[in-house]
Design a protein around this ligand. Structure first.
Ligand SMILES: [Ca+2]
Length: 256
């Protein structure tokens, strides 16, 4: 059935079989590597002893972050307090220059962000995820899908695509600061979506509300970026079939 191999002397036939195995392995390896996605990841649970705020701070002097060793959704957590009441409090805010996984060029990747959040003092009228553009600090916000945090921990999962156009971002609930009902009174004109994701300065989880002090907790923050679904992935089926076929041929030859 495989006349070329069958006509060879036994040693040459064995060498040919080994070569077929090597070719098949090479093809299969290439299929595996081409299917692997580029990715970045960040996780913080504030559980390590004395980890502190781990690079997260507020955005104004009266907006304080502190590490709490217990009371989180497992172990420690990050507490943010806005002294002075009223106004707004950012959890996380601008400290993210110390968290390189949350800054820089967000294009070309599909992002998921997860975190646990709760309100500990005051009353919140809005909670949002904010992408801050690098040139002005302005950016785009998304109201949190679970609504306002409560005294118990709420888990939030947000997905967004760095390849979105501005209209696609709007279709998915994002809006520039200066169009958000809570932020707009103090927000100058915002960057475009494209300019924001091109060079992100910080990811902020922001709670706005009233009461003194407005206090919130944050735990188990996870941000993952993987190859965006809209990015074409090399079609592996041809190489995969060829590799599997060669493996079958080599196995048949060995049995014979
Ligand atoms: Ca924790």
């Amino acid at each position: 059935m495989y006349p070329l191999l069958d006509r060879l002397p036994p040693r040459a036939r064995a060498a040919g079989t080994r070569a077929i195995f090597a070719a098949a392995a090479f093809l299969l390896l290439n299929v595996t590597s081409s299917a692997q996605a580029a990715s970045v990841g960040y996780f913080q649970d504030w559980n390590d002893a004395d980890i502190g705020v781990a690079g997260w701070t507020g955005t104004v002097a009266s907006n304080l972050t502190s590490w709490q060793a217990t009371g989180g959704n497992g172990g420690g957590y990050l507490r943010t307090t806005l002294a002075g009441g009223g106004g707004t409090a950012d959890v996380g805010g601008r400290a993210l220059s110390n968290v390189p996984e949350m800054t820089g060029d967000f294009r070309e990747l599909f992002w998921t962000m997860q975190f646990d959040i709760r309100l500990e003092g005051g009353s919140a009228d809005a909670a949002m995820l904010r992408l801050q553009g690098i040139s002005t600090g302005n950016g785009w916000v998304l109201d949190l899908p679970t609504g306002l945090p409560t005294s118990s921990w709420s888990s939030v999962l947000i997905s967004f695509n760095g390849n979105w156009t501005e209209s696609e971002a709007r279709d998915n609930g994002w809006m520039p600061d200066n169009e958000h009902p809570v932020l707009s009174p103090n927000a100058p004109a915002s960057l475009s979506w494209e300019a924001t994701v091109e060079n992100v300065r910080a990811l902020a989880i922001r709670i706005s509300g009233e009461g003194e002090p407005l206090t919130s907790g944050l735990d188990n923050v996870r941000l993952d970026g993987t190859s965006a679904p809209s990015t074409p992935i090399p079609e592996p089926s041809a190489a995969l079939l060829l590799g599997l076929g060669l493996l079958g041929l080599a196995g048949f030859s060995q049995r014979n």
